[in-house]
Every structure is written in structure tokens, then in C-alpha cells.
Design a protein around this ligand. Structure first.
Ligand code: EPU
Length: 338
């Protein structure tokens, strides 16, 4: 394993922010990871996957360990189900495409989500009515302090909306090396009700959709709405969709009858942050090098050589405006790193 000094992270984060780390190591096996975790210089290291859900605020004083563990394979199967194992360094969308090619159903709605496999369980990635937790089998993590590997089942992961134990009680305690999913080989359960998938399938002329068709529809919707991070720096949704008291949502809807909302339970309602930000006047508006995207106001964009601080200042401007207009606190979905 090669350790490098003073490495720019510009190519390792989807905002393309150019900051340096004093020390950088890339690992391609669990063994190499265990070795570097033992190295005292890497004690406080930032663990980096695809860098598609972080905002780097300034040059780092700590080292970086980049996880590039490859490999996708079936480790167990019966007539109905296959357990697929993927290395943390696999590109998430490559895993989705591998599953489609092998006719394994369950993650087609999660097509084109940026990032690597290792980050998927940490924030329980989700899109178009499906969350990772719906198909999760288990995950292998290596303890940062102990170097021991441990398997976590779904219950232990404590999954929630964009949330898991790895963002809470076990934050920074484990590095994920392998993810295993339980996928269908036959009788795929398609999820078509959310976010215009049915409408898109109609437009595509598909009447009896396969998992491949669903993936194509999701790719079509996402490509039309969400900017490609390789062309325009961004990290997908910058904020979580806020969950508010239903009484408050009802009150807002009186003034804004077109407000989209999703019932969470009898007391709480989720309001799309993109809608709130659009109503606050920020959709497509550019402030210097930064702004909220013209097609999806939830996406913070780096239009040029913005610094992490500039992006964060804009995020705070948006949060302040939404708070002032709706009395709702937006919470970043992206991890702030300094
Ligand atoms: N909306 C607006 N204006 C906007 C954006 C959205 O009014 O600028 C409205 C839409 O019209 C729609 C509602 O808000 O009625 C929801 O919009 P959309 O379907 O685009 O989804 P979202 O709630 O904004 C979430 C995820 C996305 C995921 C989509 C599709 C979060 C924080 N984001 O966005 O995830 O792709 O649903 O399932 O939950 C990501 O996490 O990076 C991400 C892109």
C-alpha cells in the first residue's frame, strides 16, 4: 500500500472542491485496511468512499483513507433469492447494472445514485419509493480501534430515513468493507408508484415493465432533473426533507394549497425541502460561484471554483430563508468535513 503526502482531494469529492490532505492511503483489500488502521499516523483519518455526500470546508489537518475494495459476486442462492456481496469500493450504479444484467431484482429504483457501495448503508440511500434497508442482508465492518471485523444484520444497523447506527451510536467506529443484499431471482416486486415512474414507463411505451425497464425509467427521470456531478459539482440532495408536525403542515397548506407532502404517521408529515427552497426564491438563482439547481432546488451546485466555505455560506442563507418564511429548520443531508 502506497502512502502519499500532500494530496489534493479535488478528484475525490463530487463538489470538486480543491483542498489538501497531509497524508493519503488507498486500500483495495480488507487486510490492507486493517494494516493502515493500525498505523498510528492514520488514527484520526477521514474515511473516504466516492466523496459524493461530503462538503470539504477547508484543507484537512488529518489523513485520508480512500476505500477502493472491489468485487461483486453471489455468495448464496435458492430458487427465489440470491445474496449478492459487493466490496465497499464498487461504484453503486455499477452494482445496480450488474444486478440488472444478472436479472436480480430489488435495487433498480436506486439506479444512478452517485457514490460507492460502502456509503450506501451508512445513510440508508433511497430513491423512488425504495430504500437500501428494503433489500439489505448484512454488512461487514472493521472496527477502527480494534481492527476486528464484525457482521451487522439489519436490526443492528437501526435504519431510518437517510439514517443508520453508523451515523449515530457507531459514528466513526467502523469502516464498511462489504455489503450483502438479498435480491429476487423471480417474481420481482416492482415499485412504480413514486416520482413519476409509471408516467415515464408510459412515455417509453412499456406496458409490462421488467427491472431493466424500471432502471431505464429511473435513469431517465434522474438525468432530466439532477445535474451530473462530473459536469457540475454537486452532492445530490443537500438537505433532508424535513419532518414536521402535521398541524404545522396543514397550516402551511392553507396558504399554499399546492404544497406537496407525505404522511409519515398520524402526527408527522414530510415536506419536500426542494419545494420549500423553491418557494423561498432560491431555485436556479446563482450567487457568485454557487446556487440551488434550476431543475431541483434541493441540489446545491458549484458553478465554478467555489470553496467549501462559499457553498456552506449559501446553504446557511437558504436555511435562514426557509426558517424565516416557514419556521422550518432544514438539516443538511451532506456531511460537513473540516
Ligand atoms: N419540488 C419542488 N421544487 C423543487 C424540487 C422538488 O417543488 O425544486 C417538489 C416536486 O415537485 C415534488 C416534491 O418536491 O412534488 C418531491 O420532489 P422529488 O421527487 O424530486 O424528490 P425529493 O423529495 O426532492 C428525494 C430524495 C432524492 C431522490 C428523490 C426521488 C431526499 C433528501 N432526497 O428528493 O435523493 O432521488 O426523492 O426519490 O430524500 C439524494 O439523496 O441525493 C437524492 C437525490
Amino acid at each position: 500500500m502506497e502512502v502519499k503526502n500532500q494530496v489534493s482531494l479535488a478528484q475525490y469529492n463530487s463538489f470538486s472542491i480543491s483542498v489538501n490532505t497531509p497524508l493519503f492511503a488507498e486500500v483495495t483489500t480488507s487486510l490492507a485496511l486493517q494494516e493502515v488502521l493500525k498505523d498510528p499516523r492514520f488514527k484520526e483519518a477521514l474515511i473516504l468512499g466516492g466523496g459524493s455526500n461530503i462538503l470539504l470546508l477547508q484543507d484537512l489537518s488529518r489523513p485520508v483513507i480512500k476505500i477502493s475494495i472491489p468485487g461483486i459476486r453471489i455468495i448464496a442462492e435458492n430458487e427465489q433469492t440470491a445474496i449478492v456481496s459487493a466490496g465497499a469500493g464498487v461504484v453503486w450504479h455499477d452494482l445496480v447494472m450488474w444486478c440488472i444484467v444478472n436479472n436480480l431484482g430489488g435495487i433498480e429504483n436506486l439506479s444512478l445514485i452517485p457514490g460507492l457501495v460502502g456509503a450506501a448503508p451508512i445513510q440508508n440511500i433511497g430513491a423512488y419509493g425504495v430504500e437500501l434497508s428494503d433489500v439489505f442482508h448484512n454488512v461487514i465492518g472493521i472496527g477502527r480501534k480494534t481492527g476486528d471485523s464484525k457482521i451487522f444484520d439489519a436490526e443492528e444497523c437501526n435504519f431510518g430515513y437517510r439514517d443508520s447506527i453508523f451515523k449515530n451510536e457507531l459514528k466513526d467506529e467502523y469502516v464498511i468493507t462489504t455489503l450483502r443484499l438479498s435480491l429476487t431471482k423471480i417474481n420481482h416486486q416492482l415499485h412504480l408508484d413514486y416520482g413519476g415512474i409509471s408516467k415515464t414507463l408510459d412515455e417509453m411505451g412499456v406496458t409490462a415493465p421488467t427491472i431493466d425497464d424500471v432502471a431505464k425509467a429511473v435513469i431517465r427521470i434522474r438525468s432530466a432533473k439532477l445535474p451530473d456531478p462530473s459536469k457540475l459539482g454537486n452532492a445530490g440532495s443537500f438537505f433532508k426533507n424535513p419532518v414536521v408536525l402535521t398541524s404545522k403542515a396543514v397550516q402551511i397548506a392553507k396558504e399554499f394549497p399546492d404544497m406537496p407532502a407525505y404522511t409519515v404517521d398520524e402526527n408527522f408529515t414530510k415536506i419536500p425541502a426542494g419545494w420549500l427552497i423553491e418557494q423561498a426564491g432560491f431555485k436556479g438563482k446563482v450567487f457568485g460561484n454557487v446556487g440551488m439547481h434550476k431543475n431541483q432546488a434541493l441540489v446545491l451546485v458549484n458553478y465554478g471554483d467555489a470553496t467549501g466555505t462559499e457553498l456552506w455560506e449559501h446553504a446557511q442563507r437558504v436555511m435562514d430563508a426557509v426558517l424565516a418564511k416557514f419556521d422550518i429548520d432544514l438539516e443538511p443531508e451532506v456531511n460537513l468535513i473540516n
